[in-house]
Every structure is written in structure tokens, then in C-alpha cells.
Design a protein around this ligand. Sequence first.
Ligand SMILES: Cc1cc2nc3c(=O)[nH]c(=O)nc-3n(C[C@H](O)[C@H](O)[C@H](O)COP(=O)(O)O)c2cc1C
Length: 280
Amino acid sequence: MLKRVAESGAGAVTTKSFSINERKGYENPTVIELIENEQRIGLLNAIGLANPGFEKFKKELEKFKSHNSDTALIVSIFGTIDEFSKLAGMTENYADAIEIDVSCPHVDDSISKNPKILKNLISEIKDIISNPLIVKISPNVTDIKEIAKAAIDGGCDALAAINTVRAMKIDINFAKPVLANKFGGYSGTGIKPIAVAKIYEIYSMMKKENLDVPLIGIGGVTCGNDAIEMLMAGASAVGIGSAVYYRGIDVFGKILNEMNEFMNEHNYKNIEEIKGIAVE
Ligand SMILES: Cc1cc2nc3c(=O)[nH]c(=O)nc-3n(C[C@H](O)[C@H](O)[C@H](O)COP(=O)(O)O)c2cc1C
């Protein structure tokens, strides 16, 4: 899948998050499409971070690298506070950048809700690895600026925002939540305004505080205009997940073409000209 994403035109690929040891994840149903008033508004998932563990995942990373040396490989990891540094060290040689997923809303996102713990964790990991460190943060907090600032103070090289929004769907015929885990993470079209607002808030905070860390804007990006919107809010790059479900695995090339069309029409020459222009 990563190879196909790379071939479709993505500048970098991010793996599914994995842990040191295998995790089974939750019972089915784990992913559903949300359709409200006949509108397709996104996906709701509670997979429970199912993964085969580092040793097996490592083989996939090696395989990808042997086929795609040009596409940057961002390896996403998660664990407890004690496991993160260890796993980052184990992963270092297989990744162009390491992303720490501290923000999955249906497992444990407590690290991304505590600025002090997050800052310490990041500086601990930075002491161990030499790769760039990306921190994926949660929208499910009172003040995302405070969390972003703590991550930057800890020494992260980039911030990825947002992870999914904690949400629920109840089947009124059965009078029960649909997902086996009850709560899930909401992604896709419906969360784009939330993601744009979070990127905007973080970027304004950085401008005010004279900080300069690239933001990867993620959440509901489905077409070229969505990606441009995210860049105008202050993102340096854009991440795409759920749009693969709506537009297929070659969505990356499609979005690139749509972005180029917009830029040509409006005489923008490069991304730098667009980045943050909507932010006062
Ligand atoms: C089925 C599914 C699985 C996901 N798994 C992960 C994961 O393992 N690690 C992670 O950091 N984010 C995970 N996410 C969150 C996405 O990376 C992204 O932050 C979120 O879906 C918003 O972007 P989108 O609207 O483009 O999908 C997952 C999302 C979905 C829909």
C-alpha cells in the first residue's frame, strides 16, 4: 500500500502506527462510514491500534525502502511513556523521520493532553535519535496552542495536526453505539473545518512567539482546494487519510493536479507564497 501511495505522487508516506509488541486491537465493527441526512460526512474508526509489533513491521519498512528510495518514509510509533524512547531507538535506522502518535482518541491520548509530560518525552526521544521527530497531536484538548508550544519547546522538528476527533454513532434501532469500542475517531470531510482552525491557531501562536516549525495539516483533505486551504492556514505540508476511501489510492496524484490547477489560475508560483497567507 505504501508503495502504491508513493507511486501515486505523495511526497512522503506515513505508516500505520505500531508498537514494540503485537496488539490485537478491538472487536469488529472497527470502521464505519458516517452518513447523516444522506450526506457522506466521514469515517468513524476504533481499530485499537492493531499491529503486528516492531519485528514484523520492520520487514515491511525494509521492503518499502528497497523499492522507493526517493519517497520519504515517516514511521509512526506509539507506546507508553517508557516504551516510546526505546521504540524510537529501535526504529531509527528504518525511517527518514519518526512520528510519535500520542493522540489516538480511542486508545490512550493522555500524553498529548499534558504539556509537561509531552515536552519531557520529546526531549528524551530527541536525545536518542538523530532523525527528524514529528509529533502528531490531538484536537481533543482545551487549548491546542499550549500543547503545540510544549512540543516545540521539547525540540520536535515538525508538528502533525490533527489526529481524529473523538466521536460516537448510535444505531437507534438497536439503541446501542455502532462501534464495538463505543467511542471512535472521526475523520474525513466533516472534520476539515476543525483541522483548518487548529492549524490556523497553532500558526498564529508560532508567529506571535517567533517560532518556526513546519506544520503538517491533516483532517478531511479530499481535493486540491482543501489542501490549498490547509496551506493558507499555515501548514507547510498536507496529510491525507480518509480521502483514499472516497477517491481511491491514486488520490494523491489527483490532489496534486488540482492544486497545480488552482495555483496556475491564481498565479501562485510555489507553496511558500501560499503558506499562512490567511493568517493575520
Ligand atoms: C482507519 C483509520 C486508521 C488510522 N490509524 C492511525 C494510526 O495508526 N496512527 C495515527 O497517528 N493516526 C491514525 N489515523 C488518523 C489519521 O492519520 C488522520 O490523522 C485522521 O484520519 C484525519 O485525517 P483524514 O481526515 O485525512 O483521514 C487513522 C485514521 C483512520 C480513518
